[in-house]
Design a protein around this ligand. Structure first.
Ligand code: AMP
Ligand code: FE
Ligand code: FE
Ligand code: ZN
Length: 280
């Protein structure tokens, strides 16, 4: 029995609605799922209600970009309350900074000779939180690039001409505020950090002492050997080995709900253990 605890919808930079995602999740036989849109909980009430109707277990959360030792780390935070709370309230500030960043990025693309406006990018996002994948979508539509990776490599990634930083919490702040909100913070896809997996246990110990609740062990972008290695590290650290596809619909067309690139399966015990970590 499998679950998927990392999913993006139209409320941020996924291209599918929560309803469509839940439909697929139920069809392929997942027993549980989490919605983790970037910097927003706007999709959570709707998704939670639909999940109940369809008989699939559900967790509402988010994915935040935080700083850790001068690096960009992604933090999944599970069991946040869409009605508000310590971390929930800070997320409004993060969204405002993101909007300012987006306006600046559109200006930088114009300076690069690309006719891309903030209005077009906002329309591409369809009312959800606007992210760089939406810039990529408009750039593809206007034939400036062929695909999303090319848009990042040429313009949008850190160090490229349109890149603009935005407000970030530190990992420690996200963990403290998350715990104060009754939520469980988890490091997402740690292979994207400049840290060898042999150093994860020592490297993340300080964050565990601070309240880190888990690490994303089961993730489609890394090989099965690394998945089991990270699950072992989680056991050593006494935290939850979570996992998910990081599904984004058309913005990451190589990733599917539940199965990632095809070989992913997140054990449903991860869902139970997250609930236990919340209660603890
Ligand atoms: P933003 O939240 O607007 O800063 O954009 C970050 C999002 O862009 C990530 O969550 C991914 O969905 C996507 N992303 C980041 N880097 C890349 C990349 N090199 N190629 C494709 N997508 C990326
Ligand atoms: Fe994303
Ligand atoms: Fe991420
Ligand atoms: Zn993600």
């Amino acid at each position: 029995m499998a679950v998927d605890l990392h999913l993006h919808s139209t409320y941020s930079d996924g291209s599918e609605t929560p309803a469509a995602i839940i439909d697929t999740a139920v069809t392929i036989g997942l027993t549980g799922m989490a919605l983790t849109d970037h910097d927003t909980l706007e999709g959570v009430p709707e998704a939670a209600a639909l999940a109940t109707t369809r008989g699939i277990r559900f967790i509402g959360g988010t994915e935040l970009s935080v700083t850790w030792k001068d690096q960009s780390m992604h933090m999944l935070v599970y069991f946040l309350n869409p009605e508000g709370g310590p971390l929930e309230d800070r997320m409004g500030e993060l969204r405002r900074s993101r909007h300012q960043r987006n306006v600046e990025m559109a200006d930088k693309l114009q300076a690069q000779g690309l006719d891309i406006t903030i209005e077009e990018v906002t329309r591409e996002a369809g009312g959800g939180v606007v992210g760089r994948p939406h810039f990529a979508g408009v750039m593809i539509e206007k034939n400036y690039v062929a695909n999303v990776p090319e848009a990042f490599d040429r313009y949008l990634a850190a160090g490229r001409p349109a890149y603009t930083p935005r407000l970030r919490l530190t990992a420690a702040e996200a963990i403290s505020l998350g715990r104060a909100s009754g939520a469980v913070p988890v490091i997402a896809h740690p292979h994207t950090l400049n840290l060898r997996s042999s150093e994860f246990a020592t490297g993340f110990k300080e964050l565990v002492d601070h309240g880190l609740g888990g690490i994303e062990a089961y993730y489609g972008e890394y090989r099965p050997a690394l998945r089991s290695r990270i699950a072992e590290i989680c056991a050593e650290l006494g935290i939850v080995a979570t996992g998910g596809s990081d599904y984004h619909g058309k913005y990451k067309p190589h990733l599917s709900i539940g199965t990632g690139k095809g070989d992913l399966s997140v054990p449903d015990v991860a869902f139970d253990q997250l609930e236990e970590a919340r209660a603890a």
